[in-house]
Ligand binder design. Structure first.
Ligand code: MLT
Length: 282
């Protein structure tokens, strides 16, 4: 699986959804006939470019990489969003692209949105990849912290968010050895509007608890954790995976919260092998 020869950002398209919102996305078809389609949903407060390291997976799957509302080049957020509304935007995009079913892959906030996708758009779901995420809701202390952070970013702008998040997102080794990747994430955060960050924080603070729901998931599921993830610890993700019947759990070494960026080769190899070992029904 070679490194993709182009920058994914230059192939971004936009489409208007039935809701009137416009969503930006990258859509890369696989050369193989009947290949599965993976929709990659980014974390907070990033955009589809966080999946640039997954472009080589185009050799085994069709790839769809959207920008969630307010992020990247998608519509700005006027008012509130929710995990449910963002799952609905992804479902609308999949319908617009005439894709019958997808493997949903979400990182962290993308994973929180994923539980809503599984619950409400099961007809579009062939499989699930959960990266660096959790199924449970915030406790009151965490939710209060998000409300404060939402108010704060509207006063101070985005740059302090990037400064605060940088050491939390990456393994200590990545901060030293992988400055290009770290810098690209910092730049994406700095380019995100404060209103978007505030709306997403409030949406995450109100998200539902899917801790029991996941026991009913009945599609092939892959769970990928980072060995040094301080936001969604690997041990917690392993417990989560144990609740999802037939799921496969992998811990990627030398990785913090940004496993697909920090260790793209290990991540892609896990995903490609998991796909190759299954007979996908679309
Ligand atoms: C993310 O990476 O999406 C965030 O860390 C999610 C969160 O703040 O819970």
């Amino acid at each position: 699986m070679g490194v993709a020869a182009f920058d994914g950002r230059s192939n971004v398209k936009s489409v208007e959804l039935p809701s009137g919102k416009s969503i930006s996305y990258l859509h890369l078809p696989c050369e193989k006939l009947n290949a599965p389609t993976i929709v990659f949903v980014h974390g907070f407060p990033l955009d589809h470019s966080m999946w640039n390291g997954q472009l080589p997976l185009q050799s085994v799957a069709n790839l769809i990489m959207p920008d969630l509302m307010g992020f990247g080049k998608s519509n700005v957020i006027n008012g509130q969003v929710s995990m449910r509304s963002m799952a609905g935007d992804i479902a609308d995009l999949i319908d617009q692209l005439n894709v019958p079913k997808v493997i949903y892959c979400g990182l962290s906030m993308g994973g929180y949105i994923g539980w809503e996708f599984v619950q409400n758009y099961h007809n579009l779901l062939a499989g699930l990849i959960c990266c660096n995420t959790r199924a449970t809701a915030d406790d009151e202390k965490t939710a209060r912290g998000r409300r404060l952070a939402a108010a704060q970013v509207l006063k101070t702008g985005t740059n302090p968010v990037a400064v605060a998040m940088r050491p939390k997102l990456f393994a200590a080794s990545a901060l030293i050895n992988n400055p290009t990747v770290v810098q690209s994430v910092v730049e994406t955060i700095c380019q995100t509007r404060p209103e978007t960050i505030a709306a997403a924080q409030l949406a995450m603070s109100k998200r539902g608890n899917f801790g029991s729901f996941i026991e009913d998931i009945n599609v092939p599921t892959l769970v990928i954790a980072g060995s040094e993830d301080g936001i969604t610890p690997s041990a917690e993700m392993q417990e989560m995976a144990a609740l999802i019947a037939g799921s496969e759990f992998h811990q990627v070494e030398n990785s913090g919260h940004m496993t697909p960026l920090e260790q793209p080769d290990a991540f892609n190899s896990i995903v490609a092998t998991w796909i190759a070992n299954r007979d996908w029904q679309f």
